[in-house]
Design a binder for this molecule. Structure first.
Ligand code: ATP
Ligand code: MG
Length: 728
């Protein structure tokens, strides 16, 4: 037995991991360029980690000579964790993002040439922040304020150009919906160079600069080239052109580069990722070895077969055939709820019943979906982890508007509070009118002062008195009712409509915020409690970042779930308009990216995968995502041709009450509350058999085989969760 076999035999004994032939070849091929192109769950990351250990243990390479590059900080941390889990006794290598490598280089260079620079992204001072600069430039070129959506779009446009290394003469040809984007970018570039006393750099500039430095500074180039003997990159399908060329320069001398990728999981092309580069790998590295892996070790038969079939609807891809030897683990489940508003409750109810939260993830496309979830999960006492917790919801101006209007119900003497919302109430009080009464200190209602002292239009007086009276009536109202009054009688929703027309905000987004606030307000009795609940949730959200590795459900966007795996996965919001998004339907390439995103999400599941959609949202009829329909079709098609009789192929559908009458959901479910009696034998979808121990109002206490749980009777009825079991 030679030493190499020793390594693999040892790993088999220590870790119970037996690498397959391709994985073995990838680990052993340490010298020279290697491209490992493989399907999800085929062991790419595992192979990279084994390869690092192999280099250290078998080849005697010092850990400091190995560089593992990822493209997000989260991915770098995940890899570090996995490495530590596998090889706790080894000194970890340098797992870091390409941005941090670029930053080091840029810092070294500017120190050398003795030139100060300032970063304008991340934790940068707001005064010099990229967003502030772009906002100012937009305002000075177009005369109006940029909306948040436009700002996001403008930043994407800039990132795309920088990452793709598009020369300035072609900037105008890059599509964007932001008017004058090219001109703003020109001004932005000039401002960064000469607008302040020092050079300003954003995150994309760090990459561009690092590449330039490697190009023109022979000393620094040599220094960095000599720093690492082995370079590895995971998730390389999401590498951009500028990142590829930085890596090229870094490994130019020794060419010991291992690139791991799956073109079917490329989900950042909107930001300039260049998965097509992988096609040209041989051109850049003529001696490269290219290996393919198609066996999936992660997921069940059902998931692998459906995902493999599904991704074939894309035309622009390497044809692969993912397969697995894993056993069947039950069919993919499809759930269509009557309304979006049940979704978070449904998830909390179902997930709350699970034995173990750690291996469960709820995945959604848009970050905004998370607020309704954390509200319900927090209420249900379900711990959750969020890598990408985003606190922007709580500081959003719509949320602040609602809180300010609620404050006005406690006192209407404060002109400073009214000043925050004056134009968004019936009566449309203008700035000038408010100015007229702002400095009056007579301890009277600001509305009375307006009527007495401000120059009002004839129609305003009546409306302002109505607003005053409505606010008075709202005093002490439960917050849900108060929000409804604000939206309707106080004219807030109408005002939002006008603002959308004027500034181009997305109305459905703003309405979504109001609906989420209503969900949060539901069951609370006072507005003070509501304000406190928002504060509490904001805090909970902050804490959610720290729950990593704890017994907590993971809540994540599809994008951020890349590379991860869970026993149970719930994919939610699977409706047309969200996935695929409205603008993706018209564009073949965008549509393919949407397909890949869906594919990434579904291939996170090891055993249980549930796809959740709904019929209505905010009163609008919703259609199931075409991808859900496609998976249903694949699954039902497979049912007919299946060879393995033991595999259950039936698609299980669960609905909520009458609204889903056409769906053959559990027809045996208990539908009447009178059936809930102590001693009754029941069966639950997830828990199995049990017996009702007590009925207390809406709370059913049931002893199931493994434990006793409390369930809401109404939810059980609505969702058809319980069946009556014959005593015989
Ligand atoms: P993704 O494309 O989603 O990033 P991946 O290709 O990186 O997936 P890994 O995460 O490395 O795949 O592996 C998926 C799962 O398969 C892990 O649980 C891993 O432990 C397991 N696995 C990988 N290789 C083997 C093997 N040879 N034998 C048994 N299990 C394996
Ligand atoms: Mg991986």
């Amino acid at each position: 037995m030679n030493t190499k076999q020793d390594f693999f035999t040892r790993k088999k004994e220590e870790l119970a991991v037996v690498l397959n032939d391709v994985q073995l070849a990838a680990v052993r091929h340490t010298e020279g360029p290697l491209l490992l192109l493989a399907s999800p769950g085929s062991g790419k990351t595992t192979t990279v980690i084994m390869r690092i250990a192999y280099l250290i243990e078998e080849k005697g390479v010092a850990p400091s000579r190995i560089k593992a590059i990822t493209f997000s900080r989260a991915a770098a941390n995940d890899m570090k964790d996995r490495f530590r889990k596998f090889f706790p006794y080894l000194q970890p290598v340098d797992f870091s993002t390409i941005h941090s490598l670029a930053f080091e280089l840029v810092r070294a260079y500017f120190r050398k040439v003795n030139m100060p620079f300032r970063l304008i992204e991340g934790d940068a001072d707001m005064q010099f922040h990229k967003k502030t600069i772009l906002r100012n430039l937009y305002k000075s070129t177009s005369g109006v304020n940029i909306t948040e959506d436009q700002l996001e779009e403008l930043m994407t446009y800039i990132s795309y150009i920088k990452n793709k290394m598009v020369p300035s003469e072609k900037w105008a040809s890059v599509a964007t919906e932001v008017p004058g984007a090219e001109r703003i970018l020109m001004q932005y570039e000039a401002f960064k160079r000469t607008g302040t006393g020092q050079l300003l750099l954003d995150f994309d500039d760090m990459l561009t600069k690092a590449n330039e430095i490697l190009q023109k500074d022979a000393d620094l180039r040599r220094m960095y080239q000599e720093r690492y003997d082995y370079v590895l990159t995971d998730e390389s399908q999401d590498t951009s052109m500028v990142q590829h060329v930085i890596v090229e320069k870094l490994v130019q001398v020794h060419q010991n580069l291992c690139v791991v990728a799956d073109d079917d999981q490329s989900i950042y092309s909107w930001r300039g990722a260049e998965s097509a580069y992988l096609l040209n790998f041989k051109k850049v590295y003529p001696d490269a070895k290219i290996l393919y892996m198609e066996q999936n070790y992660r997921s069940s038969q059902e998931i692998v077969t459906a995902a493999n079939q599904f991704i074939k609807r894309n035309k622009h891809r390497y044809d692969k055939n993912m397969f697995t030897e894993n056993p069947a683990a039950g069919p993919i489940r499809f759930v269509r709820l009557p309304d979006y508003k049940y979704q978070a409750k449904y998830l909390a109810q179902n997930i709350g019943l699970l034995e173990n939260f750690f291996e469960t993830a709820v995945l959604y496309r848009n970050n905004t979906s998370s607020i309704a979830l954390i509200n319900e999960f927090d209420r249900a006492g379900i711990p959750f982890y969020m890598k990408d917790a985003d606190n922007r919801f709580f500081s959003h101006w719509v949320v602040q508007d609602i809180l300010n209007m609620m404050r006005l119900t406690f006192t209407d003497k404060r002109a400073d509070i009214l000043e925050q919302v004056h134009s968004k109430l019936n009566g449309y009080i203008t700035k000038q009118q408010l100015e007229a009464v702002k400095r009056i200190r007579n301890n009277k209602s600001v509305f009375d002062n307006l009527i007495q002292y401000a120059p009002l239009k004839a129609y305003q007086k009546k409306q302002i008195l109505e607003v005053k009276e409505t606010l008075r009536q709202m005093n002490g109202m439960p917050p849900l009712d108060a929000i409804k009054v604000i939206r309707g009688r106080l004219g807030y929703e109408k005002a939002l409509g006008n603002l959308c027309k004027k500034f181009g905000f997305r109305k459905d987004y703003l309405i979504g915020i109001l609906n989420t606030l209503e969900e949060i307000a539901d069951t609370l009795s006072t507005m003070e409690e509501f304000a406190a609940r928002l504060k509490h949730l904001e805090q909970v959200l902050k804490m959610a970042k720290l729950k990593k590795g704890k017994n907590a459900v993971t809540l994540s966007t599809f994008h951020n779930s890349k590379g991860l795996e869970f026993e149970n996965v719930y994919m939610i919001d699977l409706v047309e308009g969200i996935i695929p998004g409205s603008d993706e339907k018209e564009d073949e390439l965008l549509m393919e990216e949407s397909v890949r995103l869906f594919y990434v999400a579904m291939t996170r599941a090891k055993k249980s995968l549930e796809m959740v959609s709904y019929e209505k949202r905010n009163g609008n009829q919703m259609m199931d995502s075409r991808f859900v329909s496609a998976i249903k079709k694949i699954v039902s098609g497979r049912k007919k041709t299946t060879r393995t009789g033991s595999v259950e192929r039936k698609v299980k559908m669960v609905g909520l009450g009458k609204d889903t009458a056409e769906i053959p959901y559990n027809p045996n479910a208990i539908k009447d509350v009178s059936a809930f009696t102590v001693g009754k034998k029941v069966k639950h979808r997830v828990f199995g058999h049990g017996e009702i121990l007590s009925v207390d109002g809406d709370t059913l206490e049931i002893r199931f085989e493994k434990r006793v749980v409390k369930l809401s009777a109404v939810t059980c009825l609505k969702m058809g969760l319980l069946e009556e079991v014959d005593k015989l």
